[in-house]
Ligand binder design. Structure first.
Ligand SMILES: Nc1ncnc2c1ncn2[C@@H]1O[C@H](COP(=O)(O)OP(=O)(O)OP(=O)(O)O)[C@@H](O)[C@H]1O
Length: 320
């Protein structure tokens, strides 16, 4: 294996048994493989949790050596337009499946990026090739997929992976790559992953370029993430009424880690639940975090929004 190989590819599950977590889903997918048939499938869920991995594992198990001829992965939101997507489907579907397979699989990623009109066109294409192809449609939000497509598919909702699942996946890789992950190193990787295995594996791979002993220090440094404790301390200062000190901490974080506004808001959001606040205060602050988060997506000034947020911690801290 090449040194610079991307681990998310190198460790992509080859079978459904190698998929971590999603026990109920995997069980049902296995029963399709066993029966040798497949309905159209709709996989919805956050990024990096195994939707593509499950699809490829299904193809490998169903088709064996001929899987690559009988499986294609297309990005539904191909920037050249839905017609290009439909043409690619047509070209792929035109030839008969290889080997003993009675159908081919078309994996369509990012289907929720399509407009309703494009989805309607896609639906007609699906119908046209139903005899020879099965579609696996992947999206982040199934609510963005038009009803006529949903009703033609068996829908599977993939959740974020649990801490235990992320740990299992990472331990497996660490063993293969001769890495030692310390307890706090694992906690850091889990914190950074937010239930996304791709993110966890990428963090592990970049940490491994620095040291084969993966500590939390290595992880936070290589991924430019503030330690949760540092965020906690900044929030506590603000809650204690020391607004200017909290603001100085914010400066440190921005300079040390080069964090973006949305990174910090995301970490503030997670830290706020760890502060043991009264529920009323918590509710008020989460409401403010939502507001700041929204404003950032609308292009508001990052620095001012985060400071305004810290100001609310001071105001609510005092009223506690
Ligand atoms: N449940 C899992 N078990 C084992 N490895 C996983 C799992 N989920 C993700 N991975 C790892 O992360 C990589 C990315 O996962 P995958 O491509 O399946 O994500 P996805 O859910 O399809 O995300 P996206 O919506 O961004 O396409 C995989 O190649 C694999 O290495």
């Amino acid at each position: 294996m090449a040194e610079d190989e991307i681990w998310t590819e190198k460790y992509r599950p080859k079978t459904l048994d190698e998929v971590v977590g999603h026990e109920q889903i995997v069980k049902r997918l296995k029963s399709y493989v066993k029966s040798g048939n497949l309905p159209h499938l709709l996989f919805s869920g956050p990024p990096g949790v195994g939707k593509t991995a499950c699809s490829i594992a299904i193809a490998k198990e169903l088709f064996g050596d001929t899987w690559q001829s009988n499986f294609t992965e297309l990005n539904a939101s191909d920037e050249r337009g839905i017609d290009v997507v439909r043409n690619n489907i047509k070209n792929f579907a035109r030839t008969a499946p290889l080997g003993s397979a009675s159908f081919k699989i078309i994996f369509l990623d990012e289907a929720d990026a399509l407009t309703s009109d494009a989805q309607s066109a896609l639906r007609r294409t699906m119908e046209r090739y139903t005899a020879t192809c099965r579609f696996i449609i992947s999206c982040n939000y199934s609510s963005k997929i038009i009803e006529p497509i949903q009703s033609r598919c068996a829908v599977y909702r993939f959740g974020a992976l649990s801490s235990k699942d992320i740990e299992t996946g990472l331990k497996n890789i660490a063993k293969n790559e001769n890495l030692e992950i310390t307890k706090d190193g694992m906690e850091a990787l889990i914190y950074i992953s937010k239930g996304d295995m791709r993110r966890a594996i990428n963090a592990l791979q970049s940490s491994a370029t620095v040291s084969s002993r993966i500590t939390s220090e290595v992880v936070y440094q290589t991924t430019s993430t503030a330690r949760p404790e540092e965020i906690n301390e900044m929030l506590k200062l603000a809650l204690n009424g020391q607004f200017m000190d909290a603001r100085n901490r914010l400066d440190d974080l921005l300079v040390t880690y080069g964090l973006s506004g949305s990174d910090i808001i995301d970490q503030i959001y997670r830290a706020t639940f760890e502060l043991g606040l009264d529920e009323d205060v918590l509710v008020a602050l989460v409401d403010r975090i939502g507001e700041a988060d929204f404003r950032l997506t609308e292009g508001a000034h990052e620095r001012i929004q985060i400071e305004a947020l810290l100001a609310h911690y001071k105001l609510h801290g005092k009223s506690k």
